[in-house]
Structure formats: C-alpha cells, structure tokens
Write a protein that binds this ligand. Sequence first.
Ligand code: GLA
Length: 387
Amino acid sequence: MDIQIVRAAFKARFNTEGAVYASPGRINLIGEHTDYNGGFVFPGAVDKGMVAEIKPNGLNIVRAYAIDIDPADGEANYVEFGLKEEDKPKEHWACYVFGVCRELQKRGVEVKGFDTAFAGDVPLGAGMSSSAALESTFAFALNEIYSGNIDKFELAKVGQMTEHNYCGCNCGIMDQFASVFGKEGCLIRLDCRSMEFEYFPFNPKGYKLVLVNTCVKHMLGDEYNQRRKSCENVVAALKPKYPNIETLRDVTYDMLEEAKPLVSEIDYRRAHYVLGEKDRVLAVCYALEKGDYETVGQKMYETHWGMSKEYGVSCEELDFLAVLAKECGVTGCRVMGGGFGGCTINLVKDELYDNFVAKAKAEFTKMFGHAPLVYDVVIGNGSRRIA
Ligand code: GLA
C-alpha cells in the first residue's frame, strides 16, 4: 500500500499530519467456517492491507475520509459522526470505524474525536478480509493513541464484535486474529476454542501460493449468519443428551447421526462439512510437518467441494476455477474465506504456474466475460504503526 497516497489525502483535507497505522488482509490455507465452531484455522497475514492516518482533533466528532470510495457508487466518501451509540453513521464503511470506537469505549478506552483518511489495497469482497484489515487498523491505532491497555487478543475481539454489533455479520475470530497477529513468512495455526496458537514458517520449496479472484463480490451477512445458525441448531439438538458440548468441535460423526432426525437436512449437511473440515486442518498440519504437499493439496480440494456441495458457500465461478485447476495439475485449490464469491487459493508447482495462470485467465474470461485477477501470496506482518 502506498502510504504517500494516504498522507497526501490527509494533508489536503485536514491540513495537518497525524500518525499512520497499517493492518493486513489475510489468506487461510485451510480451516474454513471452523472458527465459530471452536475448531482450528490456518491463516496468515498478507502484504496487502489498510493504511490510515489519524490525529485527535480536540472535538467530540470523528471526521473520516475513505479515499477509495467513489461517491458516484452511492455512498459519501467523507463522513462525520459522534461517538455515542445513537450516532451510528449510515454509510456502511463508516460503521466499521464507528463500531471499533464504540467497542473500545466499552472496554474502557477513552476514544475522543479524531480526523482520519484511509485507503487499502486488499481487494474488497474478495475473501481476503478487507473489513478485518480496516477494523484492526483502527483498533490497534486508537488503543495506542488513547493509551488503552488492551492486549492483542482483545483488539482482535474489538474487530469481531464490531462486525457482530455494527455491521451485521456474526463472524468468527480468524480474520481479525490473523490481521493483528500476522508474522512475515509464517502461517498461524490457531485453536479457536483455547485460543492457543503457533507460528508455522511456510515456504514450500518448489511451490507457489496464488490467489485467483473471480471478482464476484460478496459481503458476508445473512447467508453467512444462516450457516452459523445451522451449526448452532445441531449443537442445540444434541445438548439435552450431551450437556457438555458447546460447539461442533465437541461433536463426533456418531453424535451427528443421532442429531440427524432432530434437525433439518440442510443443517445436517452443513454440520457434516464442519466435522470433515476439523479433521482436514489437522491432517494438513501433519502433512506440512512432513513436507507432504500432495496431501495438503488433496485436502484443499476436499474442502472446496465440501464448501460447495455441503456447506453451500461456493458459486459457479469458483467451482469452474477448482475444476480448471485440477485439469492443469494444480496440487491444491479451494474457495478461500467465507465464500459466495471472491478468490480461490491455489498451491501450484513452480513449473506449472505459468500455464495455470494463463489458462485460468483465458478460460475464465471465455466463460464469464470478464478476466479474473491473480495475486501471488506474500505472507506479511500484522497491525503496526508505520509513520
Ligand atoms: C469469514 C469470517 C471468518 C471465518 C471465515 C470462514 O472470513 O469473517 O470468521 O468464519 O469467513 O472460514
């Protein structure tokens, strides 16, 4: 992200200079829709993210300028709002900033009025968590600027609760966690029940990780929340018999069969996917430790088709790319993030990379009338002050 764009825009609008903070988007190798089920995830931060310049303005209002928003698309790119619960702005992008302020206040941080301009290079709605990058940037920055004493875990929660309470998505903790805790060259294996995590150096010799963006934009909301509800329904159905279970993490295949007559066919199918995904993350960790990338890739494909056929969060364009990847000999390919559009993540042998990328661009364009975007993954650092 070019920090100069943000600095110039801030200076032009507010005629002063503030502190500059950045937070990344994320990838996730495997472990999708497991976070809110108490399972494992395997994300890493990317070298793309959000950059915000911020300076307290001595007022009780926030003056926020979203450089990337084009007012011609229907939303103002400059918004002023107060810091009380009833001051929630109507612009969707501004709700993220507002929500972070409110969640910090709820945790005792005395956030006051400030000026900010921000921009990012994580593609929006591509499944790379542009929203978490935005939340983490402001959570990290405002905690520092207003001398809050909030640790990094809680900063990730501030972002997650912003989504729940102000943006309509009951997401898990993965994205905000990865954005805050990211470390160059490392994936992070996170146990979303105990919140224990481990950095995992990731540099597979002879392979590249590449994202192919369908450019089908999604905004996670109702559809996502319904998936989460299905998982909770299965847990609720089993609770009378197994009072100690809290999430699908605690549910076995045998238990799921017991729940089958008690829940809808859709809920059953979705929970079945989650149980498989729990096992796949651990299988991938084990395979990575042995350098067995063939198994890693095979599990990625299994995840893709589980997300498509069982969990119901893929789309035609993503399925097309998964089939094409297989035909091109790509080791692993799957839809990444919440789904409903966005990117596939691909583990590709170096020697197959050029052919795969060329084919994906040509065939996808022929089929859908627009070209996909391709990004090589570089695993970068988490939230930080940069100027
Ligand atoms: C979105 C959510 C995450 C996670 C993924 C799916 O990115 O924000 O919490 O649930 O979807 O793995």
